[in-house]
Write a protein that binds this ligand. Structure first.
Ligand SMILES: NCc1[nH]cc(CCC(=O)O)c1CC(=O)O
Length: 313
């Protein structure tokens, strides 16, 4: 019987995700042999600097993608959230399984929530999006960068005596760590990142065998939502990392997409939303991007690009 190799990072969350996709595959294809190819990526090696300073989210996926292109693995499993809008030539997003809960959560010390946080509290996150959203609601809050895998971030939050940290519900659920959550943040409060809660299953575009094996893992509603979200991302990303959120829901034949671009300190936030038929998911994402750009996001992106240049020189 046939065999597939899944490339994955070695963090507990990445391993859970790769094993989960392995289990989905063997349940659809009894007798299929699945092995994991465990890798360490550049993103895992530079844990001390903020992600935005060491090269952004592409770091975690680049080396895994190379393993696919080199034929060292047949499938890669990533968090879609960690992927840039452009895929390397020769690779495709072969399947997106059903989305896990996309919301952010607050993990507060001693039961704290965002509403009971004391004035000037220190909150852990290394996400520009979470920093922007938190500061826009609570300008008094002090953002402390905590990087590393989910368990490491929770440990740092405790060690440094922070009031709490904002994390993704999906990661905590997958790791069985829901008991640290003190508040689930609705999208109206913390608009999720593009692709949050979604697993990206990647393979070589010319690998018909693996594409056929992955086809039954595809979840149509999830695909529609991420098509809208990633069309928004593609028009706003512009090569630099900026606080950006994008979240779509599907109800019947209608997609509802919300987006946000802002400054990391929360002093300027541009929000918008669009609604339209599922067949127009991609165009809706692009039109929301244009709308945000015309209402101030273009200025924010321009300032950001200028500051990145200043950092490099
Ligand atoms: N940036 C790291 C990362 N990438 C994906 C998840 C969670 C799982 C998901 O969103 O699918 C996380 C952890 C977090 O943000 O708390």
């Amino acid at each position: 019987m046939t065999h597939v190799r899944i490339a994955t990072r070695q963090s507990p969350l990445a391993l859970w995700q790769a094993r989960h996709v392995g289990a989905l595959l063997t349940s659809r294809h009894p007798g299929l042999e699945v092995t994991l190819v465990e890798m360490t990526t550049e993103g895992d090696r530079f844990l001390s600097a903020p992600l935005s300073a060491v090269g952004g989210k592409g770091l975690f996926v680049k080396e895994i993608e190379q393993a696919l292109l080199d034929g060292r693995a047949d499938i890669a499993v990533h968090s879609l959230k960690d992927m840039t809008s452009v895929f390397p030539e020769g690779l495709m997003l072969a399947a997106v399984p059903e989305r896990e809960d996309p919301r952010d959560v607050f993990c507060g010390l001693g039961g704290l929530t965002l509403d009971t946080l004391p004035q000037g509290a220190r909150v852990g996150t290394s996400s520009l999006r979470r920093s922007c959203i938190l500061r826009s609601r609570r300008p008094d809050v002090d953002i402390v960068s905590v990087r590393g895998n989910v368990q490491t971030r929770l440990a740092r939050t405790r060690e440094q005596g922070l009031a709490g940290a904002v994390l993704a519900y999906a990661g905590l659920k997958r790791l069985g760590l829901e008991d640290v959550i003190t508040q689930v943040l609705p999208p109206e409060v913390s608009l999720p990142a593009v692709g949050q809660g979604v697993l990206a299953i990647q393979c070589r575009t010319d690998d018909a065998r693996v594409r056929a094996l992955l086809a039954p893992l595809e979840h149509d509603t999830t695909r529609i939502a991420v098509t809208a979200e990633r069309a928004l991302l593609a028009k706003l990303e512009g090569g630099c990392t900026v606080p950006l959120a994008g979240h779509a829901t599907v109800s019947g034949d209608t997609v509802f997409l919300r987006g946000l671009v802002g400054r990391p300190d929360g002093t300027h936030v541009v929000r918008g939303e669009v609604r339209g038929p599922v067949s127009q998911a991609h165009a809706l994402g692009e039109s929301l991007a244009d709308d945000l750009l015309s209402r101030g996001a273009a200025d924010i992106l321009r300032d950001f690009a200028r500051r990145s240049e200043a950092r490099e020189s």
